[in-house]
Design a protein around this ligand. Structure first.
Ligand code: PLP
Length: 401
């Protein structure tokens, strides 16, 4: 039965992680996988997340009964408010469907299934470049045509807004436009408010369908409210949209798979129909989501004291990332490495797009044991004061070769 099954090549970042683990070199540095690391290069459990989890475990009323198919309502409400803001008119008018998902990837997957099956859409535009899994999920869930809209301008090392807008102006009515509102993966470059307004205007005029992927809320500016400004603006403008939300990064809940999908409707009367279709999609995929960490997130977000502590921790994580950006930029300048490096400091979020060509990235990996994507994306969190000199010197050497 299995003789005609083809073996696919190893998958991107997880393959890189395997190579890193097998590497015996003492200088090796992992700048591949997108996870936060402390200054000591360790995984980070946010103290307030741990505190909420422990309190839940110790609660004598805790049980592991099934959740409803659409998830823990307390969680979806709190998560939705985190993105849209408590005062959001669409929430007050009950024009929102919130669905608990298997993290951000699960939210993207069920959203794309819904968009494909029920909104009958077949064409999606994604930023060029974008997170590799976007195209894989879209294809797997039935999208026939995937297009890129220009985003990264390699020579200027910023976002090519005129070309981006021109591409959207050529999209056909109803086409899906996948957008990352902040801390863009992989470039670390986000449009300004003015540019978001321009993007929203084209989307509105041409009747396109925006679909937001919010995987790094808090990581761009340190303030989760500011990081979803673009989403809030679109919703205020009365634009219908879907929003995929992840708590992997901003709560360090990577393997707990906690996410939320938000559907913003124009009219509350469509709520029941939309919710019922998500019920069948989820029922036939995994029946209902896991409960425990949805309770952790709800406990954290609905308690003022817990939330304050979380915001403080996010601020500290973002400060560490900024410090690493600044230090790497400074060191490359001190080494007089050919090229311009200010973009590393200007970029935001976990990632930096260095602007190195694939052959130099390959050399960093094979000769210097520095693991990064061959698009030139590094995870800035993988840098610390122990390895940053080595990384800067290695970049300098491969650029000069
Ligand atoms: N979207 C983007 C842009 C990402 O970078 C990621 C994770 O790396 C995700 C979504 C989904 O992550 P998760 O499924 O862990 O929530």
């Amino acid at each position: 039965a299995f003789k005609n099954i083809k073996t696919l090549p190893p998958m991107g970042v997880s393959h890189l992680t395997n190579l890193f683990q097998e590497d015996k070199n003492d200088n090796k540095v992992n700048l591949g996988v997108g996870v936060y690391r402390t200054e000591e290069n360790q995984p980070y459990m946010l103290p307030v997340v741990k505190k909420c989890a422990l309190e839940l475990v110790e609660n004598p009323d805790l049980n592991f009964e099934y959740l409803p198919v659409l998830g823990n309502p307390e969680f979806t409400k709190a998560a939705t408010e985190l993105i849209l803001g408590k005062d959001c008119k669409a929430i007050k008018e009950k024009r929102i469907v919130g669905v608990q998902t298997i993290s951000g990837s699960g939210a993207l997957r069920i959203a794309v299934e819904f968009i494909s099956q029920h909104l009958k859409k077949r064409t999606c535009y994604m930023s060029n470049p974008t997170w590799k899994n976007h195209s894989l999920i879209l294809k797997q869930a039935g999208f026939k045509t995937l297009k890129g809209y220009p985003y990264w301008n390699a020579s200027k090392r910023n976002i090519d807004i005129p070309k981006l807008l021109a591409a959207l102006n050529e999209a056909k009515q109803g086409d899906v436009i996948l957008l990352q509102p902040s801390a863009h993966n992989p470039t670390g470059m986000d449009p300004t408010k003015r540019q978001w307004k321009q993007i929203a205007q084209v989307i509105k005029e041409r009747n396109l369908f925006p679909f937001f992927d919010v995987a790094y809320q808090g990581f761009a500016t340190g303030d989760p409210d500011r990081d979803t400004w673009a989403v809030r603006y679109f919703v205020k403008e009365g634009i219908e949209t879907l929003i995929a939300q992840s708590f992997s990064k901003n709560m360090g809940l990577y393997n707990e798979r906690v996410g939320n999908l938000i559907v913003v409707l124009k009219d509350a009367k469509h709520f029941e129909a939309v919710a019922s279709q998500f019920t069948i999609i989820i029922r036939t995929n995994y029946s209902n989501p896991p409960a425990f960490c949805s309770r952790v997130v709800a406990k954290l977000l609905t308690d003022e004291h817990n939330k304050k502590e979380w915001l403080k921790t996010i601020g500290e994580m973002v400060d560490r990332i900024k410090k690493m950006r600044k230090t790497l930029t400074k060191k490359l300048k001190e080494l007089e490495t050919p090229g311009t490096w200010d973009h590393i400091e200007k970029q935001r979020g976990m990632f930096s797009f260095l602007g190195l060509p694939p052959n130099q990235c390959d050399k960093l990996l094979k000769e210097k044991h520095i693991y990064l994507l061959n698009s030139g994306r590094i995870n800035v969190c993988g840098l610390n004061l122990n390895n940053i000199d080595y990384v800067a010197k290695s970049i300098d050497e491969v650029v000069r070769q």
